[in-house]
Design a protein around this ligand. Structure first.
Ligand SMILES: *[C@@H]1O[C@H](CO)[C@@H](O)[C@H](O)[C@H]1NC(C)=O
Ligand SMILES: *[C@@H]1O[C@H](CO)[C@@H](O)[C@H](O)[C@H]1NC(C)=O
Ligand SMILES: *[C@@H]1O[C@H](CO)[C@@H](O)[C@H](O)[C@H]1NC(C)=O
Ligand SMILES: *[C@@H]1O[C@H](CO)[C@@H](O)[C@H](O)[C@H]1NC(C)=O
Ligand SMILES: *[C@@H]1O[C@H](CO)[C@@H](O)[C@H](O)[C@H]1NC(C)=O
Length: 292
C-alpha cells in the first residue's frame, strides 16, 4: 500500500456520493420518519464501489468484466481496457474537472450523443498518466468494502448514481442541502470563502418547527452556505467525536442531522471521506462507527 498523502486541499476535492438515511429518534411530529441522518461520501463511481456486488445479487446493475473502454475513443481499432476487480484502498485521484468528465462521458468535446457513449474514461486517464488507465477501469472486491457488502445484502441499492454537477466536490456538496450550486461548475475558492447566498433546507426545516444539527470532524463544508454562518446557528455545529454517538444513543439527534467526515488527511487523523487518494479503509471504519 502507498503511504498516506500528507497534504490535501479542500478546494481540489473530488466528487462525492452515497446518501445514507437512518430512521428513528423521537419527536412529536406525525409520520413514521422522525430523524434523517445525511452522510455524503466523496464520489466514486457505482461500478467502482458496488459493481462487483452483482456477484452477490444478480439484480444489482453492476459489472461482470465484459465492460470495456477504448484507449482512443475516436479510433475504432483502438485497443480496449476491460473492467477488473482489485481496486486498492489508496488509489490515485482521477480527473474530475468539468472538462475531464465531459471527455470521460462523451469520449471527446462533442456532447451531442444521446445517450452519451461513456467511452472516454480510459482515454482521459491515459492523458493524465499511463499508470491510471487500469485504475479507473477497476472496482472493489466486495470483501474489501465489507460495510457496503453488508448494507447491500440487507438493504436496497440504487440502480445508478448520478452527480448533480459533473464536476468537482463543492458544487455537488452545495446541491445537497440547497438544490443548486449557485451556477458553479468548479470549486471557486473566492466564492466559497464568501459563502454561497442561496436558501437552504436548513432554513426550511427551521421554518417547519423542526430541528437541525451538523456533526463535523474538521471543517464543516456546510459553512460554504453563507446563511449558516449566522450567529444564531452557532450551536447547531457540534464536534462529531464528542456528541454524535451520545446524542444518537439518547434519542436526541435533531430531525435533520448532517454528519461531515474528515476531509483533511494527516497521518494522525487520516481522512475518512473516500476522496481519492484517501484511504477507503478509513471510510469503511467510519461507517461502522456511524451505524453500530
Ligand atoms: C486517436 O485516433 C484518431 C483516429 O485514428 C487519431 O487521429 C488520433 O491521433 C488518436 N489520438 C491519440 C491521442 O493517439
Ligand atoms: C481498422 O482496421 C481495419 C482492418 O485492419 C482497417 O481496414 C481500417 O482502415 C482501420 N481503421 C482505422 C480508422 O484505422
Ligand atoms: C477539448 O477542447 C479543449 C480546448 O477547449 C482541448 O484542450 C481538449 O484537448 C479537447 N478535448 C478533447 C478530448 O478533444
Ligand atoms: C458530434 O457527434 C454526433 C453524433 O453524436 C455526430 O453526428 C456529429 O457529426 C459530431 N460532430 C462533430 C463536429 O464531430
Ligand atoms: C465519479 O467517480 C468516477 C470514478 O472515479 C469518475 O470517473 C467520475 O468522473 C466521477 N463522476 C463525477 C460526476 O465526477
Amino acid at each position: 500500500m502507498k503511504p498516506f498523502p500528507t497534504s490535501f486541499s479542500l478546494f481540489n476535492v473530488f466528487l462525492f456520493l452515497s446518501l445514507l438515511l437512518l430512521l428513528g429518534g423521537s419527536t412529536t411530529r406525525a409520520g413514521p420518519i422522525k430523524t434523517v441522518v445525511v452522510l455524503v461520501m466523496e464520489n466514486r463511481s457505482f461500478d467502482h464501489m458496488l459493481g462487483w456486488m452483482k456477484k452477490l445479487n444478480p439484480e444489482i446493475n453492476g459489472v461482470d468484466g465484459s465492460e470495456s473502454n477504448p484507449l482512443n475513443a475516436t479510433d475504432p481499432n483502438s485497443s480496449r481496457i476491460f473492467f477488473k476487480d482489485g481496486s486498492q484502498y489508496v488509489d490515485p485521484d482521477p480527473g474530475h474537472s468539468f472538462q475531464a468528465i465531459r471527455e470521460q462521458i462523451f469520449g471527446s468535446n462533442n456532447t451531442s450523443a444521446d445517450p452519451p457513449p461513456m467511452n472516454g474514461f480510459a482515454q482521459q486517464a491515459l492523458s493524465m498518466s499511463t499508470d491510471m488507465v487500469q485504475d479507473v477501469m477497476k472496482g472493489f472486491d466486495p470483501s474489501m468494502v465489507a460495510v457496503y457488502r453488508t448494507l447491500v445484502s440487507e438493504f436496497a441499492v440504487f440502480d445508478r448514481w448520478f452527480a448533480s454537477v459533473p464536476s468537482s466536490t463543492q458544487p455537488n456538496r452545495l446541491f445537497v442541502h440547497s438544490g443548486t450550486s449557485g451556477g458553479a461548475t468548479s470549486n471557486i475558492p473566492a466564492l466559497l470563502a464568501m459563502g454561497y447566498p442561496q436558501r437552504t433546507i436548513f432554513e426550511n426545516i427551521e421554518d417547519a418547527g423542526l430541528s437541525f444539527g451538523i456533526y463535523y470532524q474538521n471543517i464543516p463544508a456546510t459553512l460554504f452556505y453563507r446563511n449558516l454562518r449566522k450567529i444564531k446557528y452557532v450551536t447547531k455545529f457540534r464536534p462529531y467525536g464528542l456528541f454524535f454517538k451520545a446524542h444518537a444513543a439518547a434519542g436526541k439527534l435533531p430531525s435533520y442531522t448532517v454528519v461531515e467526515q474528515r476531509y483533511m488527511d494527516s497521518k494522525l487523523e487520516p481522512a475518512n471521506d473516500d476522496h481519492p487518494s484517501h484511504d477507503v479503509y478509513h471510510g469503511q471504519v467510519f461507517k461502522i462507527i456511524h451505524f453500530s
